[in-house]
Design a protein around this ligand. Structure first.
Ligand SMILES: NC(=O)c1ccc[n+]([C@@H]2O[C@H](COP(=O)([O-])OP(=O)(O)OC[C@H]3O[C@@H](n4cnc5c(N)ncnc54)[C@H](OP(=O)(O)O)[C@@H]3O)[C@@H](O)[C@H]2O)c1
Length: 225
């Protein structure tokens, strides 16, 4: 796949590096050519540097790897380029590094979708740190590392699921874009726990111990509300 990445920071490098290693062609767009060149060099030989505009109009899918406050400017400037494009939203509306664990807005992915008509928005990869996405561990305590995906466009969700598999992750389609706000709130909640030194994982028993799971191996359909 051809993937444009907006932003040249930690998430751009973590996800872009994995996708480049899996054979995808990448244009990484940044505000300065030096930042784009440094990120592309780190991502790998199948990545090349570009401007934000070049990355926004490159290929089949675009990763938004910028801070939430940057989205307005980017969505306004590149709205037309995003029409019909898969937009992968990994953003979080909180800033843990500066001690902020409250969301500055409740539903970023839905706002992106409303601001970019025709874009096929998929929320994904916001829950874990860039170091985890870039790291070697894909199983913890026998459980495969899983990435939840929320989006309304089934083909776009399937494409991003494929990109998750390319990172050796287990994708789980987790409902429509209206559920992305819960994924965003979960990130703020869980990251707050981790930063406070608590083991958030210990709050979640394995599926078989969570409650009475239906015998039907298909389970119940995922809610879209
Ligand atoms: N880091 C993580 O572990 C992690 C995990 C999950 C989700 N996220 C989310 O992923 C997103 C990116 O995080 P990150 O850690 O990769 O951030 P980062 O390392 O700080 O990189 C952010 C990138 O966005 C660029 N940028 C900032 N404002 C911009 C604007 N107005 N127009 C264009 N580009 C702009 C920055 O460019 P300059 O250098 O020019 O400022 C930089 O290249 C954030 O929304 C964050 O909440 C991060």
């Amino acid at each position: 796949m051809r993937i444009g990445i907006l932003g040249a920071g930690q998430m751009a490098r973590a996800l872009g590096g994995g996708w480049a290693a899996a054979g995808h062609e990448i244009v990484v767009g940044a505000r300065t050519s030096a930042a784009a060149a440094a990120a592309a060099a780190e991502i790998g030989p199948s990545a090349r540097p570009g401007t934000i505009a070049e990355a926004a109009s490159f290929g089949d899918a675009t990763l938004l790897a910028v801070p939430v406050p940057a989205l307005d400017e980017i969505l306004t400037a590149h709205r037309e380029a995003f029409a019909d494009r898969i937009l992968i939203d990994c953003t979080n509306a909180f800033a843990p590094d500066t001690g902020g664990f409250g969301l500055s807005e409740p539903a970023v992915a839905e706002r992106i979708s409303a601001s970019a008509p025709g874009a096929r928005v998929v929320k994904a990869f916001n829950l874990l740190a860039a170091e985890v996405w870039a790291g070697p561990n894909r199983e913890f305590e026998g459980r495969p590392l899983t990435v939840a995906l929320c989006g309304d466009d089934a083909a776009a969700v399937a494409a991003v699921a494929g990109l998750a598999e390319d990172l050796k992750l287990r994708p789980v389609p987790a409902g429509g874009l209206s559920r992305a706000r819960y994924l965003e709130a979960t990130a703020a909640f869980v990251v707050g726990l981790w930063f406070a030194g608590h083991d958030a994982r210990a709050m979640f028993p394995p599926l078989e111990s969570a409650f009475a799971v239906p015998d039907d191996s298909e389970g119940l359909p995922m809610s879209r509300e």
